[in-house]
Design a protein around this ligand. Structure first.
Ligand code: CTP
Length: 431
């Protein structure tokens, strides 16, 4: 077996004291129980990249449950055992968690011509994972402390900045890895290795994305949207057919790139004007800008963490063209403007401002937000009652008339409002 034996002990010793201490004790417990003990996965990747990641995943070649029980006698944390899987979770008082898994051996079918090769458990367990950069381990037993186990070329791929799967069926076996490839490529600014790209495309052609539940796809999409360099991720997803694989009408174009580049600018212009809108939500609306309205139902669940989000997305997108048409009319007065926009969520206003290229419409949106959006009448139905006005449908007309005068800037004080209410009521009676 090929194996790279880079010495990582220097990197281990650079870790914060309390993290190193956990690994140190794990190594000693491994020695005591005569079990090979490793830290694996994202922790190793980020250790090599010298990026903070304190999610400790331990892997042992032996009884993981017994190992976890002994390890926890040193920490007296909360211990959860999952006997069926041979896994355990220790949670320390400070919130630090330590995952323990038992390396599982699996037997693979090799083409008949090849001899059946016996692999170690650690090899088998690492081979089940997603990308080479995530499949390294560092041994913790004291005599081998810091020894890097890199069966699949993870270190080379870190150097070459490549996301690479271990075997051709990886995406078929676990289609979420299609999205994970994008996420890690974006996070580290790595490329996706050529053959891996082909495997992604083959998996999509075989309809593997449709096999994932809406929830899984949404979780993965949101991870991607929250990583940096989203535009780049989306371009790669478009390029590899991932967006079309999610839904045939999903795609991004130059228009998206342009609006996306304006998000920060928009947010800063609306700072203090509207409540802090969620940039992720804004991004999603821009991504769906050209999506056919009548099919929104088919994708909205893939992008919404809850009903409220789904609603905002739906309202913003389905009203967009109508709002633009109304705002394009000449000589809108303030009350007309108010009526067009006041029932919409703030996120719609910001979305339109980012999406729309027409400077007049953008001006109206900003003017409304700064000057009109918060206007309310002082008086309510209670006050009309006190004025001796008989309750009924006329209340609606009267309060509307007062609001209109206020939006138009014709009245200011509560006395103005009461007077107008009274006068207007008289005129109604007169009719
Ligand atoms: N893994 C996998 N296939 C998946 C999910 C996870 O093979 N669909 C493996 C990866 O090798 C990964 C490990 O399980 O290293 C832990 O998964 P996760 O915590 O999601 O990955 P991290 O690498 O820790 O990613 P992050 O930095 O985003 O937490």
């Amino acid at each position: 077996e090929e194996e790279n034996t880079l010495d990582c002990s220097g990197l281990l010793h650079k870790l914060p004291k309390e993290i190193y201490e956990i690994l140190d004790i794990a190594g000693r417990v491994g020695d005591d129980l005569n079990i090979k003990t490793y830290v694996v996965g994202g922790f190793v990747r980020d250790l090599i990249l010298e990026t903070e990641n304190w999610d400790i995943d331990l892997m042992v070649e032996g009884d993981g449950i017994a190992f976890a029980e002994v390890l926890n006698t040193y920490f007296e944390g909360q211990l959860k055992l999952y006997h069926k899987f041979g896994t355990a979770l220790i949670t320390l008082e400070n919130g630090q968690s330590i995952d323990i898994v038992t390396a599982r051996r699996e037997y693979y079918e090799y083409p008949a011509a090849l001899p059946k090769i016996e692999k170690s458990s650690i090899w088998s367990d690492l081979f089940r994972r997603d990308f080479t950069i995530n499949c390294m381990a560092i041994q913790l037993n004291k005599r081998e402390e810091g020894k890097l186990i890199d069966y699949f070329g993870g270190l080379a791929d870190i150097k070459n900045r490549k996301i690479r799967v271990l075997y051709n069926l990886s995406f078929i076996e676990d289609p979420t890895r299609i999205f994970r490839a994008i996420r890690f490529a974006a996070r580290f600014n790595y490329g996706i290795e050529e053959e891996t790209q082909n495997f992604i495309q083959q998996a999509i052609t075989q309809g593997m994305i449709a096999k994932l539940s809406t929830d899984r796809i949404r979780d993965e999409l949101l991870y991607i949207i929250r990583e940096k360099s989203l535009l780049n991720s989306l371009l790669i997803m478009e390029d590899l057919g991932i967006l079309k694989g999610i839904h045939p009408d999903l795609g991004i174009d130059d228009g998206f790139a342009e609006s996306y580049s304006k998000i920060e600018d928009t947010l800063s212009q609306f700072k203090g004007v509207l409540r802090e809108p969620n940039p992720v939500l804004l991004t999603i609306m821009l991504m769906l800008s050209n999506f056919p309205k009548e099919k929104l139902d088919e994708v909205i669940g893939l992008f919404s963490i809850n009903k409220a989000w789904a609603n905002i997305i739906y309202i913003s997108l389905s009203n967009r063209n109508e709002v633009y048409t109304k705002l394009r009319e000449d000589n809108l007065d303030k009350y007309q403007l108010y009526k067009i926009l006041h029932a919409l969520p703030e996120e719609s206003i910001i979305y339109y401002y980012t999406d729309c290229k027409n400077p007049y419409i953008r001006h109206y949106l900003m003017f409304f937000s700064v000057k009109l959006r918060d206007i309310k009448t002082f008086i309510t139905g209670e006050d009309l009652l006190k004025l001796g006005i008989k309750p009924g449908p006329s209340y609606t007309y009267i309060l509307q008339e007062v609001l209109k005068a206020k939006v138009e800037g014709n009245i200011y004080t509560i006395e103005d409002e009461l007077k107008l209410a009274k006068d207007f009521y008289e005129s109604l009676k007169g009719e």
